[in-house]
Design a protein around this ligand. Structure first.
Ligand SMILES: C[S@@+](CC[C@H](N)C(=O)[O-])C[C@H]1O[C@@H](n2cnc3c(N)ncnc32)[C@H](O)[C@@H]1O
Length: 255
């Protein structure tokens, strides 16, 4: 009870619901009382009032971030994986993130740094910060002790954190490069995620001009899912054509 639950119907459509005492799930499939779900084993099926069968699962992180309520556009799961790997988010990392947005990437960072690491996530819009707070609290059951959510401009907070990883999903990452040069530890990673080519270019050029970074790399990712049904084994007709460009760079110390 109080847990999130994923219901998947016969057509593969899925619904994220929060189980409550006395609650009901209503859809075109008819009513389904939460009491029919509470306490059953994950992977079991339940039947709605209109006789439709639904499989009951706990949501994966991936399911949660695609279905959760959002304030700002979230980073897509296909990009979260590479961000974690190329920014080298590992247990014990000290990460400064901005903007928090809806909190999707924040949650991935928190999972990545583990209990010995720390994430300081900064969001300048209080409405987005509030959305993120709710989404993160709902996902973890509480705001994790290794996460600090701050409201304000990240430019003003880099120095106070002295991170070993900076992860930015905001429109002007180049504005943070100077502060990153001053505060990022030697060998630390700067990582930005932007939707357009001019933003990526300005970020890279600012990193280059600082002379404080090596191993610059910019890339985008494509995820192409496949239909595998009998003889119809082919790429799906639809795919997400574009999300954003990831740029990573490593901080070096003056010679
Ligand atoms: C695209 S959203 C981030 C989404 C987030 N990565 C997620 O996965 O949910 C960008 C956010 O950056 C915030 N932002 C923009 N400039 C900022 C700054 N200088 N300092 C802090 N937050 C900033 C915006 O208000 C917005 O909420």
């Amino acid at each position: 009870m109080g847990d999130d639950c994923l219901l998947i119907d016969a057509k593969g459509k899925y619904y994220l619901i929060r189980l409550t005492e006395g609650g009901n799930f209503h859809s075109h499939l008819g009513r389904l009382p939460h009491v029919d779900i509470i306490g059953i084993q994950e992977g079991s099926s339940v039947v709605s009032e209109k006789g439709s069968r639904l499989v009951v699962l706990r949501p994966r992180f991936f399911d949660y971030i695609l279905k959760m309520k959002r304030g700002a556009q979230v980073v897509y799961p296909k990009d979260i994986g590479p961000i974690l790997v190329y920014a080298d988010i590992a247990p014990g990392s000290l990460v400064l993130e901005a903007g928090t947005g809806s909190g999707a990437l924040t949650m991935a960072l928190v999972r990545g740094v583990g209990p010995d690491g720390r994430v300081v996530s900064v969001e300048r819009r209080s409405d987005h910060a509030e959305h993120a707070h709710q989404a993160i609290e709902r996902y973890f059951g509480t705001i994790p002790s290794n996460l600090e959510l701050r409201v304000g401009n990240v430019e003003e907070m880099v120095a106070g954190v002295q991170p070993d990883r900076i992860v930015l999903d905001l429109p002007q990452p180049w504005d943070i490069v100077e502060a990153a040069v001053d505060s990022l530890q030697g060998g630390g990673v700067f990582c930005s995620y932007v939707p357009t080519v001019p933003q990526m270019q300005q970020t890279v050029e600012t990193l280059q001009a600082s002379g404080a970074f090596i191993e610059l790399m910019s890339f985008e990712t494509f995820l192409r899912t496949w239909n595998v049904e009998g003889r119809s084994v082919r790429p799906d007709h639809r795919m997400v054509g574009h999300t954003g460009f990831i740029t990573v760079a490593r901080k070096i110390l003056p010679a």
